[in-house]
Design a binder for this molecule. Structure first.
Ligand code: GLC
Ligand code: GLC
Length: 816
């Protein structure tokens, strides 16, 4: 069942009923001001950091779901009937029409009732720290409509954690100013904050409210605010309690006409010595912010700002576009997956319907993997991100598991010791170099742990990343796992029996020798990549050493990491094997099958094919590939968090989508395009659109997890939007299945396609030139590209010769 449809032309997903199984969200903002917005206008906004600079309130995990948002109430002053175009927060009022269009960094929600249509456009313009709400109110009756509009937001007192818990203080601190119809929220501005929020409209107001209880009335909710019901705002000035912002705007709309009303919600900072006007007063200095507010309350600015935002996305998405025989592939690659990659890059794992913006900083491994999905769009920001991440590395090569975006410092609470982390830096940098060819990044001075004076070249950081693994090998010669590897929940040194103890940071036993086959595979891959980087720098001696290390580790995997039909997962604290036929549960895990083959392990001796056949036989389901089988039926203290989840969820046998593209890539490496593409379609959200009532999450973005076959809700997605799945799936489909793969020495066109395809076309901008690519393949053929025709000239192999900057080159790739 569907709840909407794709409009590929407009690059929008159109939701045509408001009661989607879960709130289906979108993101506003592109660089520093952000927000989430649901299809019923729920959500919140923040400046840079969703915990420390939150502008508006949202009530996570509430009943009903999705409370707190950017609401507009439309009241017919002749009858007193009121409603909201977004359905929420007045779901009891049936709408005659409803439509939500989620676009790229904007959302448009239209509702109609009783002959009045209201269309809301929400977006955050480029290079500003504000969002615009544009309301267009159309009268389709044949008599004039006298309407009252009420805007509404509830302010968050900045620190979202404190805001949601510290009421003994918070109920006393709230402060606002209202000047010329603009509501300023200035809680804590009197003391140490230099920032405030504002909420303005371009219309004359008939009143306002800033105290929640005055607006809603005692014991009432947003579904029936007293001010809206009576048709008159109370001009309340918040003191303590819950500051809100609501404008009351009266308009007359003549038959057949449309009135436009603008609202602007924004964030501003003042220099510390110019906070007040006049100096010494308690009044916000508005000199710098007023021109911004005035500008964005001008319809012409708004129109231009929206056009600029669309152009921004045109440019970003133009880097890779494909036309394949499969529509679900085309729209994910050309629109939604690329968009999700940028959102994920910006917000890491902080802010979604499932991540409350409070808990987590930026993950070291997560950010390095997110790079894979957006480096081609904004290489300069990838470069900056790499240098920020590397600066949190320790001299040992170890890495803080997370760092805070506002300070860019490593997070001491979680600390280090996730032994896969350092290797991801090599993989991230390799992806950057392959895309850009910018070797200068390797010579950038980068400190350790942000300590001034400790700078060494980024290249030296990479060397230490590799060294970190080699310095920590266990009894089988496999890498020690530390607190966890990619699988945060395989905690082999933890042994927690106390409720609430964090699995990742509790270490109750010492002297363990837990080893990870996953890290071993990742090491092989990273060592080969570092050898490639060394070769670029003409450090042939080093390259030889790294290749030899990769070779040696491959041998160790074959000896101690192979279980007969698949790669093992790990050895635990006591040296007992995990992910083996010898185990009663957790016999086979997906991660090492993917990562070992990505590293090239088993490609020559047939182990890779066997491992992938085992995945197909034991882990693949119609909804995707589950993480491990059989799922753990009980808590196992020696394994940690993985066994804390009921079977079929998350790491305990859920379809942890992030790992699926590793298998897709591995399948292309053994030449199995049919299987790779089949797996791709099983989790492609667009291809799952018809399963709406099963899948339940948004059909336009990947979710972190789909419930596995052991769960009662097999096929149900959770944790949509911010997941490494986005970047990896983009890599799997564009670079491996379609084979448009940046490499150190240029762009490869080396697809591994489903047998029944006859090719596809693509445009790829790469290192300053544009390649118009046509892949031709006879139906039924399973081969690889044998040669290219570059502007008609035959070139052997699959490497496209680099064109001059600005050039447009026609490339035909012939699969035989
Ligand atoms: C979460 C984490 C990621 C981890 C994965 C598997 O998605 O963000 O770092 O690799 O879970 O545990
Ligand atoms: C939980 C989740 C896992 C995530 C980790 C770190 O363990 O299951 O997916 O990576 O938390 O936040």
């Amino acid at each position: 069942m569907r709840y909407g449809h794709f409009d590929d032309e407009q690059r929008e997903y159109v939701i045509d009923r408001p009661d989607t199984p879960l709130p289906w969200i979108n993101y506003l903002g592109t660089e520093s001001y952000f927000g989430i917005i649901s299809n019923t206008a729920g959500g919140y906004s923040f400046y840079r950091d969703a915990r420390l600079r939150r502008l508006t309130r949202y009530r996570y995990n509430n009943a009903p779901l999705d409370v707190g948002g950017r609401y507009l109430y439309v009241r017919d002053d002749a009858t007193g009937d009121y409603w909201s175009p977004s359905w929420q927060p007045t779901p009891e009022r049936d709408l005659d029409e409803y439509e939500c269009r989620h676009g790229l960094s904007y959302t448009r929600i239209t509702g109609a009732r009783g002959g009045v249509r209201a269309e809301m456009l929400y977006f955050a313009p480029l290079d500003e720290t504000l969002e615009v709400w544009r309301a267009r109110i159309t009268n389709t009756r044949d008599t004039a409509a006298e309407l009252s509009l009420f805007s509404s937001v509830e302010f968050c007192l900045w620190d979202a954690q404190d805001d949601a818990t510290n009421y003994q203080r918070n109920f006393n601190t709230g402060q606002v100013e209202v000047v010329d119809g603009t509501i300023y929220h200035k809680t804590e501005y009197r003391e140490r904050r230099d920032h405030f929020a504002y909420f303005a409209t371009n219309r004359e107001i008939s009143g306002f409210d800033t105290q929640r209880e005055a607006f809603l009335g005692p014991y009432r909710g947003y579904d029936r605010p007293a001010a809206v019901e009576t048709g008159q705002a109370t001009d309340s000035i918040a003191h303590g309690w819950q500051p809100i912002g609501s404008h009351h705007v009266k308009i007359t709309v003549n038959p057949g006409e449309t009135e436009e009303v603008l609202f602007v919600l924004g964030y501003a900072e003042n220099p510390r010595d110019a906070k007040f006007d006049p100096p010494g007063s308690q009044t916000i200095n508005k000199v710098t912010v007023e021109p911004t507010i005035d500008r964005w309350l001008d319809p012409a600015t708004v129109e231009q700002g929206f056009a600029d935002l669309r152009a921004h996305w045109d440019a970003l998405l133009g880097t890779v576009t494909v036309t394949t025989p499969d529509d679900d592939t085309n729209r994910m690659v050309n629109i939604w997956n690329a968009y999700q990659n940028m959102v994920t890059f910006n917000l890491s794992r902080s802010t979604s319907l499932y991540e409350a913006g409070i808990g987590r900083g930026m993950g070291f491994r997560d950010s390095n993997q997110d790079l894979l999905g957006f480096v081609h769009m904004i290489p300069a920001r990838a470069r900056e991100r790499i240098l920020d991440i590397a600066a949190t590395q320790k001299t040992t090569g170890g890495a803080y598991h997370q760092y805070q975006p506002l300070t860019k410092r490593g997070n001491n609470d979680i600390g280090e010791g996730f032994n896969d982390d350092p290797l991801w830096l090599i993989l991230g940098v390799a992806a950057y170099l392959k895309e850009t060819g910018d070797q200068s990044i390797l010579d950038e001075p980068v400190p350790f742990d942000n300590a001034a004076g400790s700078e060494v070249s980024l290249y030296e950081h990479l060397r230490r990343s590799l060294r970190y693994t080699l310095d920590r090998l266990g009894p089988h010669g496999l890498p020690l796992i530390g607190r966890a590897d990619w699988n945060d929940c395989l905690n082999l040194n933890c042994f927690s029996d106390t409720p609430g103890e964090p699995f990742q940071t509790t270490e109750n036993a010492s002297g363990g020798v837990a080893e990870s086959v996953f890290i071993a595979g990742q090491f092989v891959l990273a060592a080969k990549e570092l050898a490639g980087i060394a070769a670029l720098r003409e450090q042939e001696g080093e390259a030889v050493v790294y290749r030899a290390a990769a070779e040696k580790m491959s041998g160790t995997i074959a000896e101690h990491g192979w279980d007969g039909a698949w790669f093992r997962r790990a050895y635990d604290f006591h040296g007992t094997v995990i992910g083996s036929g010898e185990n009663d549960e957790g016999q086979i895990f997906v991660e090492p099958q993917g990562m070992c083959v990505l590293g090239g392990v088993g490609l020559e001796d047939g182990l890779a094919v066997k491992a992938l056949d085992s995945v197909a036989a034991r882990l693949a389901t119609p909804h995707g590939i589950v993480l491990q089988q059989p799922a753990y039926s009980s808590y196992r203290i020696e394994l940690g968090e993985i066994s804390s989840y009921p079977p079929g969820y998350k790491e305990n046998g859920g379809i942890f989508c992030h790992t699926n593209p590793w298998i897709m890539i591995a399948e292309t490496m053994v030449g199995n395009g049919d299987r790779a593409f089949d797996y791709y379609r099983r989790i492609n959200p667009s291809a799952r659109e018809d399963l709406g009532e099963v899948h339940r999450c948004e059909p336009y973005v990947y979710a972190q997890m789909i419930a596995g076959r052991d769960a009662p809700t097999h096929g149900e997605a959770k944790n949509s939007w911010l997941t490494g799945t986005a970047a990896w799936n983009f890599a799997a489909i564009t670079q491996w299945i379609l084979g448009l793969r940046p490499d150190f020495d240029g762009l490869r066109v080396d697809p591994v396609l489903p047998a029944d395809w006859t090719g596809f076309t693509a445009t790829r901008r790469f290192r300053g030139a544009t390649y118009e690519i046509t892949v031709r393949k006879p139906a039924g053929v399973r081969g690889r590209v044998t040669h290219l025709l570059v502007e008609g000239e035959r070139v052997e192999g699959s490497l496209v010769p680099l064109a001059t900057e600005g050039g447009v080159v026609r490339v035909e790739a012939i699969v035989e």
